[in-house]
Design a protein. Structure first.
Length: 139
């Protein structure tokens, strides 16, 4: 929970700040996404050196490729909002972080995680995410 939750949230937050700083410094969408991808490759090599597991299959490699493409599309859309529409980061981040709801709903369905959650807490937490994102975006 600490490593994959709190520390990851810190790095996601920092990445959003660097995305805004990158847009302010001036960069095209293509070079931004390519630079972003190179950053992923460098981090991948670093993690591979720490966890030298070479397990991969066609299916797992393809799924990881799809995940990367989806993350790239999302990153590109955030960049468009920052670069071309000058949306304030403080309004944009709460909206795109509602991705939590998409991931939770799909995990409940695809991986049968509904068996392992407290439904009322999930409903209340989801409602708070929607209300919080809406309030911040309208501010």
């Amino acid at each position: 929970m600490l490593i994959g939750g709190i520390v990851a949230a810190l790095f996601f937050g920092l990445s959003a700040v660097f995305a805004k700083a990158t847009m302010k410094a001036g960069i095209g969408l293509g070079p931004y996404l390519i630079s972003n991808g190179l950053g992923f490759i460098i981090v991948g090599i670093f993690f591979w050196s720490i966890f030298p597991d070479t397990t991969i299959s066609i299916q797992s490699g393809f799924m990881a490729l799809i995940m990367g493409a989806l993350a790239g599309i999302a990153t590109g859309l955030v960049a468009v909002a920052l670069l071309h529409y000058n949306i304030p980061l403080g309004k944009l981040v709460p909206l795109y972080n509602m991705n939590t709801l998409v991931a939770v709903l799909l995990a409940l369905w695809l991986f049968a995680e509904w068996k392992h959650v407290h439904t009322m807490q999930l409903v209340i937490g989801s409602a708070l995410i929607v209300v919080g994102g809406t309030l911040v975006a309208r501010a």
